[in-house]
Design a binder for this molecule. Structure first.
Ligand code: SF4
Length: 472
């Protein structure tokens, strides 16, 4: 009989995101909540029987071979939620999987990435299957159906599975409340992304640098999503490529949240054009607890936006939504991406000027051309890098550093050294306002923060940070 163990590193979350680990310098002892693993657990318990399925969050670095053997005794399948991981942690995971395989146990790795499949097979030897699809439950079912007939490691992609109409339908993590409360998810660790809830997945757009480009979108049922949000208090990261994509869906979610009177401080993501079309929903967003919305502003230069396939980003629309959000007490974070193949002095200066105008950019990313994305091919075609230079490992090393200061590739017009200098200009500018702006956001949210025990601690940390900044 099939006996399953679901398992994930305690400091990772598995929702699709650039940084899927709590970086080393923020690493604490607490577990990181991801609704993906818990939804799969609930689904498998329902379909396979509660006794046949168990779940663990593990610190792989501290496990001895004997402990691993104890942990997997009697199980037939290990489902390991192992997101993209830096080399050091990959070694820990592989050591663990090697012991598990010696026991004749089947191992399925859940990665939820939409590209670099070949690289993944090479990086994850010993695995019987790797879930690259964004839909874990459907992919696991696909594997169980096929496992008797496949010999080689299987990479399961979106196109292999029966596509769900609703995201994680009938598999809410709330049905595992008791087990969830065994972990320290409710207290807030040092990194705010501890509690990640996906409101949906996939994105139909084609931004050239993005690993989700052109994936079919699907949303969670609003009623289920709001019940799940209401389980928490304090900060929650609401993952969605663009919560403003479907107005009817968002409106229903927001109305239900307002009715629930959830005590939440929510950060989410939206696209400039869709937000502009639905600006009238901002007051409702704020009432529902959304205090921060990150948008991919990326560049102020129309030529660069075209090359990114993001020419719908419009500076006038950005200005409108920025001010409307401020009027509604919502902070708009303007994420920037520099180092695109076409970037030159002029495009970067334009972007820097807009960044200075709004003082709302915290994330200044340097382009990492990931295998499988359009820009990866563009960089190779323009001979800006070799495939070896663009391999996954340097990218994954960067994950542990959280912030990446070293350009991976030159542009057609600027060397890596010149890009490094530009990046410093952007981050220097950010340092001039970051502390003040965060303080302003926190002051505005003070009433909210006072409702939680961690609130005063957050404020005091920011104060210390500001003093350090002033000394610098
Ligand atoms: S809008 Fe572009 S960057 Fe955002 S998720 Fe979609 S494809 Fe990726």
């Amino acid at each position: 009989m099939m006996k399953l163990l679901l398992c994930k590193p305690q400091d990772s979350f598995v929702e699709p995101c650039c940084y899927q680990y709590v970086p080393e310098r923020f690493k604490g002892k607490r577990a990181v909540f991801s609704n993906d693993i818990w939804s799969a657990y609930v689904h498998l318990k329902k379909t396979r029987g509660a006794e046949q399925v168990s779940i663990r969050e593990v610190d792989f670095s501290s496990l001895s071979p004997n402990q691993i053997e104890d942990m997997v005794r009697g199980i037939t399948h290990l489902v390991l939620f192992a997101p993209l991981t830096p080399v050091k942690r990959l070694e820990e995971i592989i050591r663990f999987v090697r012991v598990v395989k010696q026991k004749g146990i089947r191992v399925i790795g859940v990665l939820r990435t939409t590209c670099f499949h070949q690289e993944l097979i090479e990086r994850y030897p010993y695995f019987d299957a790797l879930v690259a699809s964004l839909h874990t439950i459907e992919s696991l079912e696909y594997y169980f159906e096929k496992e008797a007939t496949v010999a080689d490691p299987l990479v399961i992609e979106n196109r292999d599975i029966e596509f769900p109409k609703v995201f994680q339908a009938d598999a809410s993590f709330l049905e595992a409340k008791e087990e969830i409360s065994l972990y320290d998810y409710r207290s807030r660790p040092k990194w705010r992304k501890q509690r990640a809830i996906s409101a949906g997945t996939g994105c139909p757009h084609g931004c050239s640098y993005c690993v989700f480009q052109a994936t079919r979108p699907v949303d969670k049922n609003p009623e289920q999503l709001v019940r799940e949000l209401a389980f928490w208090e304090g900060e929650v990261e609401l993952f969605h490529a663009n919560v403003f994509r479907r107005r009817d869906w968002l409106e229903e979610v927001l109305r239900r949240m307002r009715k629930e009177e959830t005590r939440l401080d929510i950060r989410t993501l939206g696209r400039i054009d869709d937000m502009h079309e639905n600006m009238d929903l901002f007051p409702l967003c704020r009432e529902a607890g959304i205090t921060r919305i990150a948008v991919g502003f990326e560049s102020a230069d129309a030529r660069i936006l075209r090359s990114m396939r993001k020419s719908q980003n419009d500076l006038r629309q950005l200005d409108d939504i920025y001010h409307e959000a401020r009027r509604n007490d919502i902070f708009l974070e303007l994420n920037i991406l520099i180092g695109m193949p076409e970037d030159n002095e002029e495009s970067l200066q334009k972007t820097l000027d807009v960044m200075e105008k709004y003082q709302a950019t915290f994330s200044v990313s340097l382009l990492r051309p990931l295998p499988g994305t359009t820009v990866y091919k563009e960089v190779l075609d323009a001979r800006l890098a070799t495939p070896e230079e663009l391999s996954l490992d340097p990218f994954l090393q960067g994950i542990d550093m959280f912030v990446d200061h070293h350009p991976h590739v030159p542009t057609k017009h600027l060397s890596k050294n010149e890009m490094a200098k530009w990046h410093k200009r952007f981050t220097d500018l950010r340092d001039t306002y970051e502390g003040t702006v965060l303080m302003r956001i926190l002051r505005k949210g003070k009433r909210l923060l006072e409702r939680f025990p961690f609130g005063e601690r957050v404020l005091s940390r920011v104060r210390t940070w500001r003093v350090r900044l002033a000394e610098k």
